[in-house]
Write a protein that binds this ligand. Structure first.
Ligand SMILES: C[S@@+](CC[C@H](N)C(=O)[O-])C[C@H]1O[C@@H](n2cnc3c(N)ncnc32)[C@H](O)[C@@H]1O
Ligand SMILES: [Mg+2]
Length: 278
């Protein structure tokens, strides 16, 4: 009886392990709700509890161990490897990262703002492509994430070219001109909480921080999605918008980036909306 019980238990355990190891990743790889629930909630909380560390701390450790100090590309590779083979994280990732790279290179910006730093992955991606005189200002509301981002950026050797600002985007955007003497941003990367995209683009406009030709690139416009922002930017005569289809970072879930060029303030839908808002 004991032998049978042990055998049965072993079969059940092996079965459970196989389900966890193969089925769950297979399932969550292609379903957006499952993917975010599993990677961003279940797995993260479980690993935080078991290791008594946070995901950004684990990611930083992988960078310190595997990336060459002073080499931004090796930092990017180390993070992508960690997120593909060890633990998913909400960086833009390699596939959408390549699109980000191409937009940064074609814009060749002198003033750059990022909303949503997290561990500094996209900050490193953007900054490594900037001309020597250009600095990136990146905004992060979580002080623990900001602390990790500074260390990742330092490991990449880009600390003199990046300013990690701690705080809420809504509080910091109106202070940008005064704090940095910046009149307008040539390139803005939106990658913070998705319900902030619309209020913050409007705030950037209200603070006159966009000039004709400024480029705004928004991540995750499909997954988790930003329908109000997309509706606003696509129906607005002040912008020329283009969608780049891709996948949610490190998964097969459909996602995409929206690149919007500010054309200057025209007689568009936005002004009409604003009049009605008031
Ligand atoms: C998707 S992550 C950013 C990922 C990063 N851009 C990358 O690709 O490596 C979003 C980050 O935005 C931050 N965040 C969300 N809302 C914010 C806000 N209103 N102001 C500042 N930071 C915010 C979150 O704390 C989180 O770290
Ligand atoms: Mg993102």
């Amino acid at each position: 009886v004991l032998m049978t019980t042990v055998c049965l238990l072993s079969v059940v355990l092996v079965g459970l392990y196989a389900v966890c190891r193969c089925m769950i990743p297979w399932l969550v790889q292609s379903n957006s709700t499952l993917a975010l629930l599993w990677y961003d909630f279940v797995l993260e909380m479980t690993l935080d509890l078991l290791t008594r560390t946070t995901r950004p701390q684990r990611l930083l450790r992988a960078v310190i161990i595997n990336a060459v100090r002073g080499d931004p590309d090796s930092v990017i590779r180390a993070i992508d490897h960690f997120c593909k083979h060890t633990e998913w994280a909400m960086n833009i990732g390699d596939e959408k990262g390549a699109i980000l790279d191409s937009v940064v290179m074609e814009t060749s910006p002198s003033t750059v703002l990022e909303l949503g730093t997290y561990c500094g992955y996209s900050a490193v991606r953007i900054t490594r492509l900037l001309p020597p005189s250009t600095r990136l200002i990146t905004v992060e509301m979580n002080p623990d994430y900001a602390c990790v981002a500074r260390q990742v950026i330092q490991h990449a050797g880009l600390q003199d070219k990046v300013c990690v600002l701690e705080g809420q985007s809504a509080d910091l955007i109106p202070k940008m001109a005064e704090m940095f003497g910046i009149q307008t941003f040539d390139f803005v990367f939106l990658d913070h909480w998705k319900d902030r995209y619309l209020p913050d683009i409007r705030l950037l406009e209200d603070c006159s921080l966009l000039a004709q030709g400024s480029v705004v690139l928004a991540d995750n416009v499909v997954c988790p999605g930003t329908p109000d922002y997309l509706n606003y930017i696509r129906s607005n005569l002040n912008y020329r918008s283009r969608f780049y289809q891709a996948h949610l970072e490190y998964t097969r879930v459909l996602d995409g980036l929206e690149k919007s060029e500010y054309l200057g303030c025209r007689q568009g839908k936005r002004q009409v909306d604003r009049e009605t808002d008031r």
